[in-house]
Design a protein around this ligand. Structure first.
Ligand code: SF4
Length: 745
């Protein structure tokens, strides 16, 4: 028996795991009590990672479609097929004929984070899509406009705050998102036990809301109105105080003027929160010694997502809580941040809309197109039509809007390649599937998400078990070889060295790097004999703010704690002005649209929102018996008054209908959801033909993204409105069995 320590790569929390190993497998998993960040905390998903590794449905060999069927193939056969088919498409239709979709697990995968970008560049297509436009881009866009970079996101300093206002987030289920923080229950309880206050605003009484001092229902999609009203009160009462940031902020007067139109009395009806409560919330926020406002998925995947995200940080700034301990602060990750502008505390700022989607003319955002337009880009003939698709660790058929339209579009592709560990609802359409290793078979360092951690920590873990498939970075580089005309047997080591040299060259040019000014060849020599992601990570760590090496992290299996967050303004800024832009032009320009929403009648219609479950991870982790056992989780939560009015019965099936489609789902009648709101989790609907998920198929649930409307987008970031979809409900016909209808979807 041996004990190994690893960081859980399944979600943003990055908990430390202690694994007891024997006979090449995992005997026991528990939280690593000595982990510098998670201190022994673990959730049911992390405890099931051994089950994921052992899952018989997990792919261990490439699959290639022959005569309409996916059949096992050798790696050489799979790459030869990709080379042949893609080159034929590129020759006939050009590079834009290939689309790429990157799924959420890519953000937790060191190989994909580093080499995915290189592959995308090599493929030379602008048809790039990801899960970010059904998730967090509004927050990153607002941050980019205010602070100059989408990676510069302020996170609540939960361990030192006295007052935490949470909107549209359920960190007890997610363990933090754009706020990397294991054990959020413990951290929230600590706020209360030191005399602080936790306030939750959400259309649903979530697990987090139940832990809070106060919970307020809010009508979906009106968070920006509430936030503007809070800003209004702060200014109206003369409570604004930028503290140490005063010299670094532009646009305060403009925001004050804009907020004038959003008095609490103006927004109360729309939000469903009375004006006196809004005024009290604002005053308590301003009066707290240290306070932080935090908004997540309910504030981003809605029609005013970027505006709401902006106003979260406006509130943090004008209450003097931005960039100070106990407020909203900027993490300082050990690797990954950069400044190549040549001047500390300044940058080029953010540029959006540099190109548009071909069919609907939607703006590019962070180098991607909104995934809500993927189906039409495949369906619509003409120059630039997507005829081939590469998906990496993604399941857009289940996780993006109007699933049925996208699934039909995928059937019309000339060719599709997926890098994935399962045959899921999306990859069942592929012609070639290239499996990656299980999470225990690959190394892990959360290059992206440690940038959102509530404490400055770093944790690297080598593979715990030997892989029976190539590492993803090798697979991605073979694809890059095909993309660059080197064929299916390209020299992966040479491409890897080329990429590493580029990283070394950037470190050398980066004024913030500890390697600034060094010869790139010397830098590469310093990290020999490492190759692959470890070589690049080592370079980034050495250039990072703590000048730590990968060897030092390897010698610290429980991680290294670099201490609590520290003020970073102005050094962290990347705006051309070197200031925090409190009133960016793009956001100011969208305020009229928000104001117009005040005139919309509150008409008693039903609105659909999603919900997060602790045992689920978007569209996956549903194939593990431990995680799906127990009561059905894919249900529609309906308020008792709505249920009575519509004739819906607890436990019986209802038809839920939107402009995009309809599903049948069991009803759960509960006062935990606001009147007029229906809540269904996304990521379900596993009973489609050809899906190789035997356990998930028996707990199929229903795909709520059949209802999500690909035409309903937040206009600034192109992010799909997943919270706030108008729907109708009615009892399902008693003779319609759930399984039949679910199969239909
Ligand atoms: S909270 Fe996230 S990181 Fe922690 S054990 Fe669960 S899935 Fe893993």
């Amino acid at each position: 028996m041996a004990v190994a320590f690893a960081t859980c790569p399944l979600c943003e929390a990055g908990c430390g795991l202690e694994l007891t190993l024997s006979d090449g497998g995992v005997d026991r998993i528990r939280g690593d009590a000595d982990d510098v960040f998670s201190h022994g905390f673990i959730c049911p998903k992390g405890a099931s990672i051994g089950e994921l590794h052992d899952d018989p449905d997990r792919l261990r060999t490439p699959l290639v479609r022959v005569d309409g069927e996916l059949r096992p193939a050798s790696w050489d056969e799979a790459f030869a097929e990709i080379d042949r088919r893609l080159n034929a498409i590129w020759e006939a239709h050009g590079r834009q004929a290939l689309g790429i979709y990157l799924g959420n697990p890519s953000a937790h995968n060191l190989s994909v984070l580093i080499y995915g970008r290189a592959l995308v560049k090599a493929l030379q297509t602008r048809n790039i899509f990801s899960a970010s436009t059904v998730d967090q881009y509004p927050k990153q866009m607002a941050s980019a406009l205010m602070f100059g970079s989408g990676a510069t996101v302020a996170v609540p300093d939960v361990d030192r705050t006295d007052h935490l206002l949470i909107l549209g987030a359920n960190p007890l289920a997610s363990n933090g998102s754009l706020m990397t923080a294991p054990d959020m229950r413990g951290r929230l309880r600590a706020i209360r036990s030191r005399g602080g206050k936790v306030v939750v605003v959400d259309p649903r009484r979530t697990r987090t809301a139940r832990e809070a001092d106060e919970h307020h229902f809010i009508r979906p999609g009106t968070d920006a109105l509430l936030l503007f009203a809070l800003v209004h009160v702060i200014f109206d009462d003369g409570l604004e105080d930028l503290g140490a940031l005063a010299a670094h902020v532009d646009g305060v007067d403009e925001v004050r003027e804009l907020a004038g139109a959003f008095a609490p009395e103006e927004v109360a009806t729309a939000c469903g929160i009375d004006a006196a409560t809004i005024r009290r919330m604002a005053r308590e926020l301003a009066a707290a010694p240290h306070a932080a406002v935090y908004g997540r998925i309910g504030t981003t995947t809605q029609r005013f997502g970027t505006t709401a995200s902006w106003l979260v940080d406006v509130l943090n700034a004008i209450t003097g809580n931005l960039d100070r301990p106990g407020g909203a602060m900027f993490p300082r990750p050990a690797a990954g941040s950069s400044n190549t502008s040549g001047e500390p505390g300044r940058g080029r700022g953010a540029a959006f809309g540099r190109w548009q989607s071909r069919v609907r003319g939607l703006d590019e955002v962070f180098g991607e197109l909104p995934v809500a337009c993927l189906a039409e880009e495949i369906e619509t003939p003409g120059e630039g039509q997507i005829r081939a698709l590469l998906t990496i660790a993604g399941n857009p058929v289940v996780s993006t809007p109007n699933s049925e339209r996208l699934a039909a579009a995928l059937d019309n592709l000339d060719f599709m390649v997926s890098v994935d560990i399962y045959v899921n609802e999306t990859t069942r359409h592929a012609d070639v599937i290239l499996p990656g290793p299980s999470p225990l078979e690959r190394s892990h360092y959360d290059l992206a998400l440690l940038g959102f951690a509530v404490r400055n920590v770093a944790n690297y873990s080598p593979p715990v078990l030997e892989a029976d498939v190539p590492q993803e970075w090798e697979t991605l580089l073979r694809l890059a070889g095909i993309a660059t005309g080197q064929g299916p047997d390209a020299d992966v080591a040479a491409i890897d060295r080329f990429i590493a040299y580029e990283v070394a060259r950037r470190q050398s040019a980066d004024v913030a790097s500890g390697l600034h000014g060094r010869d790139p060849d010397d830098l590469l020599e310093d990290v020999e004999p490492r190759v692959g992601p470890e070589r690049i990570l080592d370079l980034q760590l050495r250039g990072g703010p703590y000048r730590v090496t990968l060897a030092e992290l390897e010698a610290a299996p429980h991680g290294i704690d670099f201490g609590p967050l520290e003020p970073r303004v102005p050094e962290v800024l990347r705006t051309p002005s070197g200031k925090i832009e409190l009133a960016p032009e793009a956001l100011v320009g969208d305020v009229a649209r928000l104001h117009a929403a005040l005139a919309e009648p509150v008409n008693g219609g039903l609105t659909l929102i999603g919900r997060r479950e602790l045992r689920s991870n978007n569209s996956w982790m549903h194939n593990l018996p431990t995680l799906v056992r127990g009561k059905e989780r894919c249900t529609a939560l309906v308020h008792p008054d709505d249920a009575e009015r519509l004739g819906l019965v607890d436990g019986a099936a209802a038809v839920v209908r939107s402009r995009a489609g309809e599903i049948v789902v069991p009803v759960e009648v509960t006062e935990d959801v606001m009147l007029g709101v229906v809540s269904i989790p996304h990521g379900w609907g596993h009973d489609l033909p050809g899906v190789g998920l035997s356990v998930a198929g028996e707990h199929a649930g229903t795909n709520s993204n059949v209802l999500a409307d690909e035409l309903l987008l937040e206009p600034l970031s192109g992010t799909a409105v997943l919270n706030g979809i108008p729907v109708e409900l009615e009892p399902a016909h008693p003779r319609v069995r759930l399984t039949e209808r679910a199969g239909h979807t």
